[in-house]
Design a protein around this ligand. Structure first.
Ligand SMILES: Nc1nc2c(c(=O)[nH]1)N[C@H]1C(S)=C(S)[C@@H](COP(=O)(O)O)O[C@H]1N2
Ligand SMILES: [Mo]
Length: 332
């Protein structure tokens, strides 16, 4: 089990060592129900509760942000949505702590308004966009994407936003621009995790320009028909559904066009473990664990089976061409 040499003192835990909160909560609830009555009635009640939870899609907690059903190929999976409760309380947002419950607990200090995003580097039209203007730059769409975390869990979330390509076209990249770098907020005063040495702040992510221009790469402002909760990356984040979750940078403040491949936060922290590309790939294991299967959050009860992880997280038909001829073991 190779430990990366330049590591700053934190490793993603090995997924098999995590007992997710949902597993023991569901197990406890099931045992309680079984103790209370007949097994058949119990299971029916259980199924009913599940169906009810599915139907409650609009959480009604934050400002509404509707999006028209997206017409982009592959943008709407028919799979069951992860509950808003799970999607907003089981998060990675290390600026607010490394525990999955930390972001929901701590991110109330983030102030998503006022906010602006600076566009700079190799573009004809650099500039600073106020979040209101960015929101109105293109029509909001609903995209129902799978998001697969490098740690081995996945969710299905109805996001609201528009293709990142819409913004990129407006700012007119120069011919020399080959990559796009995303810099996210690092505010020590409001983000308790930024005081730690877990990562070299600010959190930085990057895409090759052609990846960033792919219609599935989403600039997201909302989820479940409302603006993003702070812990999910308010007020604006990326969602790149064919890549491991950490490529989907939260709370973006800067978008920079570069000629050289950006040095991303996770690659800097552990270069042997996290490459620049980080495409979901069941055939290329993480040095410390397999990437062949995943646990769908909300399905991790007593009888739930692990799911097989799909090439490019199931988006191969749409994005496979971007990587034609590349050795995906080398460019992991
Ligand atoms: N700024 C920032 N963005 C981030 C992270 C982070 O720690 N900081 N974590 C990433 C990881 S590892 C995942 S899996 C996704 C999770 O997004 P979600 O909480 O909305 O599901 O956010 C990504 N974006
Ligand atoms: Mo992740």
């Amino acid at each position: 089990m190779p430990i990366p040499s330049r590591h700053r003192g934190f490793l993603h835990p090995i997924p098999s060592e995590i007992t997710p909160r949902a597993v023991y909560e569901e197990r406890r609830a099931l045992l309680r129900l079984m103790a209370a009555g007949a097994a058949g009635a119990t299971l029916a009640a259980w199924a009913g509760r599940e169906a009810l939870a599915q139907a409650q899609q609009r959480p009604g907690r934050l400002a509404a942000l509707p999006g028209a059903a997206s017409a982009v190929a592959g943008a709407v999976t028919m799979e069951k949505h992860t509950s808003y409760q799970d999607a907003s309380t089981y998060n990675n947002f290390y600026e607010f702590g490394t525990d999955k419950a930390d972001p929901a607990r701590n991110a109330h200090t983030l102030k998503p308004d006022p906010w602006s995003v600076e566009v700079e580097g190799l573009v004809k039209k650099p500039g600073k966009y106020a979040i209101e203007d960015l929101l109105r730059l293109s029509a909001q769409e609903e995209r129902i994407y799978r998001l697969r975390c490098v740690e081995g869990w996945s969710m299905v979330i109805p996001w609201v936003g528009y293709s990142l390509a819409e913004l990129i076209r407006r700012v007119e990249p120069l011919g020399s621009a080959k990559y796009v770098e995303f810099v996210t907020l690092a505010d020590k005063a409001r983000m308790p995790g930024v005081g730690s040495r877990v990562l070299d702040w600010p959190y930085v992510e990057g895409l090759r320009l052609d990846e960033a221009l792919h219609p599935l790469a989403l600039l997201a402002f909302g989820m479940y028909g409302e603006v993003l909760p702070n812990q999910n990356g308010a007020p604006v984040r990326l969602v790149v559904p064919w890549k491991y979750g950490f490529k989907s940078a939260k709370s973006i403040v800067k978008i920079r066009f570069t000629e050289k491949e950006p040095l991303t936060a996770w690659h800097k922290a552990a270069p042997r473990e996290y490459g620049f590309y980080s495409n979901v790939n069941p055939q290329v294991d993480h040095p410390r664990w397999s990437q062949a299967t995943e646990r769908r959050i909300g399905e991790d009860g007593l009888f739930a089976k692990k799911r097989k992880t799909l090439m490019f997280n199931g988006y191969e038909a749409q994005v496979g061409q971007l990587y034609a001829g590349m050795d995906l073991r080398k460019f992991f």
